[in-house]
Design a protein around this ligand. Structure first.
Ligand code: UD1
Length: 344
């Protein structure tokens, strides 16, 4: 059974997915401590969280690359039940330019956290924020967890693969650590309150923030990266999942570990909707919910883009008792509402 005062540390808890997960876990009665170094997040997210939750959330500004600080952090919170580890750099292009920064930040932080947890020598439930990028272009769609892991297209993608391997090895050498990696498909949208949402730095690389910024007049037009792919309309297919559904998958994963419903100490799950959407379908959804016409034109393919990726989510549906509930239109509407709020 869940002890509703269980303490969970959420690293990267002021980030996009992290902040939505704080809300969902808190609503289930977990006590949350956010750890974030503000390297790619804003302290104002704490105010947004306070407005949703109605009280302050504990926050520690800590750089997880510093082992002494990490050991001290976990000593002070040695009554914890679990850790949800989001803290990582995530810009694919930047990772190609600065690979060592990505390896240092994403891998070193994980190693420091796991080392500190092992030192505590108590039962811990660990959730890792992974990505469908580990599958590359899958041979069979929808993608199940049986799909092979492909050579990563970028240092960012490689850090996700390496981190999963580090967790596998650490769990098998530990009596006390249980872990789940959640392989996210494409998170979009924002909390219904519009108190928290995605805050891309500079020009967005991902489709939906680019669409909403174009709708808001911040960008002059969207370039659709290629319309000559072998798909229904020639544009790439992705599985866009509402970030609140994604956040709820973390709650479900944590509860399943606390309730010991797993036969293995390390598991991994695809977290998506199970539905593939083309770039043109995403644009149509935006135009429908925003009641505006989007300025876009077809451009050339983006290097490294895969053609099509959408999840088979049956493993998560069954074993985590979790299913994505929001539609693409609902997710897109929430993204648009958030964009209108932040561009005021
Ligand atoms: C991208 C990353 C992936 C990462 C994921 C995280 C690349 C090559 N891949 O994946 O490693 O895990 O983000 O969210 O960067 N699109 C346009 N015009 C745009 C932007 C995107 O047409 O201005 C298209 C893309 O070609 C793609 C789709 O929209 O078909 C989604 O793109 P994006 O949001 O960047 O996600 P991924 O490509 O899945």
């Amino acid at each position: 059974m869940i002890n509703h005062s269980s303490k969970i540390i959420i690293t990267g808890g002021l980030g996009y997915i992290g902040s939505h997960t704080v809300v969902e876990l808190q609503s289930k009665g977990f006590e949350i401590v956010i750890v974030d170094d503000l390297s790619n997040s804003s302290i104002e997210v704490l105010d947004g969280l306070k407005n949703i939750i109605g009280k302050n959330i504990a926050f520690e500004n800590i750089d997880l690359k510093k082992p002494d600080l990490v050991i001290d952090l976990f000593k002070r919170h040695s009554d914890l039940t679990g850790v949800v580890h989001f803290a990582a750099s995530k810009a694919v292009g930047e990772s190609v330019t600065n690979p060592l920064d990505y390896y240092e930040n994403n891998i070193y932080s994980l190693v420091n956290v796991l080392k500190a947890l092992k030192k505590l020598n108590k039962s811990i439930n660990f959730i890792f924020s992974s990505s469908c990028t580990v599958y590359g272009q899958a041979k069979i769609l929808p993608i199940t967890e049986k799909e092979s892991i492909k050579k990563a297209e970028s240092p960012y993608g490689n850090t996700k693969q390496i981190c999963e391997e580090i967790i596998t090895d650490t769990v098998s050498s530990s009596k006390n650590l249980k872990a789940i990696s959640l392989r996210y498909f494409n998170p979009i949208g924002a909390h219904e309150s519009s108190e928290i949402g995605e805050l891309p730095l500079g020009i967005p690389q991902n489709l939906v923030p680019f669409i909403t910024q174009t709708g808001a007049g911040i960008r002059s037009e969207l370039i659709v990266f290629g319309d000559d792919y072998p798909t229904i309309d020639g544009t790439c297919i992705r599985d866009y999942i509402h970030v609140v559904d994604l956040a709820k998958a973390h709650t479900a994963a944590l509860i399943s570990m606390i309730n010991s419903t797993h036969s293995k100490n390390y598991e991994y799950y695809n977290i998506g909707t199970g539905k593939g959407t083309s770039v043109l379908e995403a644009i149509t959804s935006f135009e429908k919910v925003s009641k505006t016409k989007l300025k876009y034109k077809i451009g050339s393919r983006r290097v490294g883009d895969i053609i099509s990726a959408f999840a088979d989510t049956s493993k998560a549906n069954k074993q985590l008792n979790w299913t994505a509930e929001f539609s693409l239109d609902q997710a897109m509407a929430s993204a648009w509402k958030w964009q209108k709020k932040i561009s005021k």
